[in-house]
Design a protein around this ligand. Structure first.
Ligand SMILES: [Zn+2]
Length: 118
């Protein structure tokens, strides 16, 4: 099943492909000493960038924050959200953001949220 050898960017150990909550994910085989994960597409191609627990937590927070501005269940709203994210982030996807970029995008989302709730 595993086609790609993925090396953990933190401990340099190998990463194994597993089924996670949101599809396939590479997990560092040195877990629990190292908790880096890396999402993958359905055919096992690494997607986005490996992240540590701090970055993953920040991504979840950003996702929840953005859900207050755009209704993800509504297709139009979701399309608007992706278009906004495309203009306001390097890769247009939360799973590709570094911890630093998430902080910057969060500031912008908070501004939109403030406008929306005025
Ligand atoms: Zn590791």
């Amino acid at each position: 099943m595993q086609k790609n050898l993925v090396i953990c960017p933190v401990c340099r150990g190998p990463m194994g492909l597993e089924k996670g909550r949101f599809g396939l994910v590479y997990k560092c085989l040195n877990y629990p000493k190292c908790d880096v994960t890396h999402s993958a597409t359905k055919n096992g191609t690494p997607l986005g960038f490996p992240s540590d627990a701090r970055t993953r937590k920040a991504r979840c927070e950003l996702h929840d924050l953005m859900a207050k501005v755009w209704d993800y269940k509504n297709n139009d709203e979701r399309a608007k959200m992706y278009s906004w994210l495309g203009q306001n982030s390097k890769y247009g996807h939360i799973s590709m953001m570094s911890f630093g970029e998430i902080q910057q995008v969060m500031i912008k989302v908070n501004k939109l949220l403030a406008k929306k709730t005025q």
